[in-house]
Design a protein around this ligand. Structure first.
Ligand SMILES: [Ca+2]
Ligand SMILES: [Ca+2]
Ligand SMILES: [Ca+2]
Length: 431
């Protein structure tokens, strides 16, 4: 039986970096085609403040004091909702290099809060209907209205429990690194949705005057960040549940030198099958037949059955367990290596572990490896190898190694490419 993975994670130390939202201030906008607004993108929200508009074949929904698009809210709290239409104020598009007719139209109208201009007053824009776990790029399109003002705005993006903030001087693009006070630009928020909605709060910042002007916003799907290998750990004084149905269950690894797993303290076994017998054994020592003393320099190799499955194996998870009478020989310190069916004798590094928890008696430890998105960490694997060059106090009591995986199923595209390759060879032979 295997304990639910997420339950175990909550006890452990997760070394994966959970990627927070990233705020950036975009390039100077010029043409519609170069605006990044494109029908090739998949949008959840395309919203213009004050007037409908089409930019580069993308039609914007309007938000104004009387209109709210689907899956969207504009909240001005105790302050008023206002809009300006067909008015550039001090903005000179040509001076700012903005030539796109759609962009010029987008920036001609905006919503704001007429009596919400004081410091601390704010508006909130909430985008709903998002898919938790999906990645998005939320862009706020802005330009200067009043050259003599700064329009300091604190933008706060709330994405589930994650909060990311950025102060902008909306009416002073050069303050944001843009070339001209007449430059138009966007503020971009790249995030992975933690919930079904995200909120942008636009507050008049200290030293500022004037509410946020909302000319336009878009929210587009982006490629998710690549999955990462995650190691989690846990310590216990009561042992762990281990798997009896994993890939190496019932297999004994080869060892580089049998003397490196010799009996210690009359309480360990030389039977390497104890590492894959589906049992952790009772915590503490002696635990007859369940603890293998692994000494400095030990190398254990698990060759998979690549005669039966010549494409090798996908590996989804690796869990390793130690247990000793106290904290003196419980540390997990090893390297994991793998070989592929293309070269079963060549081992490549996958990960290394150095986990030595706080002293306890008895002391049991667990280390787990998995990908952050649950995908296979390795494919076409012929063998796994564990190297223990240096252990705590020269030997440590290991109890189980669980490897989760399944035979690799070749992708149809690979087979098609293979067929193509054979066809090319056949054609050459005919010459
Ligand atoms: Ca097992
Ligand atoms: Ca065992
Ligand atoms: Ca220790």
């Amino acid at each position: 039986m295997r304990r639910a993975f997420l339950t175990v994670l909550s006890f452990g130390v997760c070394i994966s970096l959970v990627q927070g939202g990233v705020i950036s201030i975009g390039p100077a906008l010029t043409t519609d085609a170069a605006s990044g607004i494109s029908a090739a993108n998949t949008y959840t929200h395309v919203i213009s403040g004050g007037e409908t508009v089409t930019v580069n074949s993308v039609a914007f929904d309007v938000v104004d004091p009387g209109t709210t698009p689907a899956n969207f809210s504009w909240d001005t709290f105790t302050w008023t909702k206002n809009e300006v239409q067909n008015n550039n104020g001090d903005w000179l598009p040509a001076v700012g290099g903005v030539t796109g007719t759609g962009l010029i139209e987008l920036f001609r109208d905006f919503t704001y809060s007429g009596n919400g201009t004081g410091v601390g007053n704010h508006q909130a824009f909430t985008l709903s209907g998002l898919t938790p776990g999906a990645s998005y790029d939320l862009r706020l399109y802005v330009r200067s209205w009043d050259d003599a003002n700064e329009r300091r705005i604190d933008l706060t993006f709330s994405n589930g429990a994650e909060v990311d903030s950025q102060l902008i001087y909306e009416d002073q693009p050069p303050h944001e690194g843009l070339p001209s006070v007449d430059s138009a630009y966007y503020v971009s928020y790249n995030y992975t949705a933690q919930a079904t909605s995200v909120t942008v709060d636009a507050e008049v910042a200290a030293g500022g005057n004037g509410s946020f002007h909302m000319y336009g916003l878009t929210n587009q799907e982006t490629a998710p960040p690549p999955p990462t290998l995650v190691m989690s750990t846990a310590a216990s004084t009561t042992g762990f549940l281990v798997s009896a149905i994993d890939l190496v269950e019932g297999l004994a690894p080869t060892v580089n030198d049998p003397n490196l797993v010799r009996v210690e303290e009359g309480a360990t076994t030389t039977d390497l099958g104890a590492l894959s017998n589906g049992a952790f054994g009772a915590p503490g020592l002696p635990s007859t037949g369940e603890v293998v003393a692994i000494h400095n320099g030990t190398v254990l190799t698990y060759p998979f059955d690549i005669l039966t499955n010549p494409d090798g194996y996908d590996i989804f998870g690796i869990d390793t367990y130690t247990g000793w009478r106290d904290g003196g020989r419980d540390a997990q310190q090893y390297g994991v290596f793998y070989s592929l069916v293309s070269s079963p004798g060549s081992f490549l590094p996958l990960a290394s572990v150095d986990y030595n928890p706080a002293y306890a008696s008895p002391s049991d430890t667990m280390v787990q490896f998995a990908m952050s998105d649950g995908s296979a960490m390795l494919s076409r694997v012929a063998a796994l190898r564990f190297e223990f060059p240096s252990t705590e106090n020269t030997y440590v009591g290991y109890r189980e190694i669980d490897v989760f995986g399944s035979p690799t199923i070749p992708e149809p595209t690979t087979m098609a490419l293979l067929g193509l390759g054979l066809a090319v060879v056949a054609r050459r032979r005919r010459r």
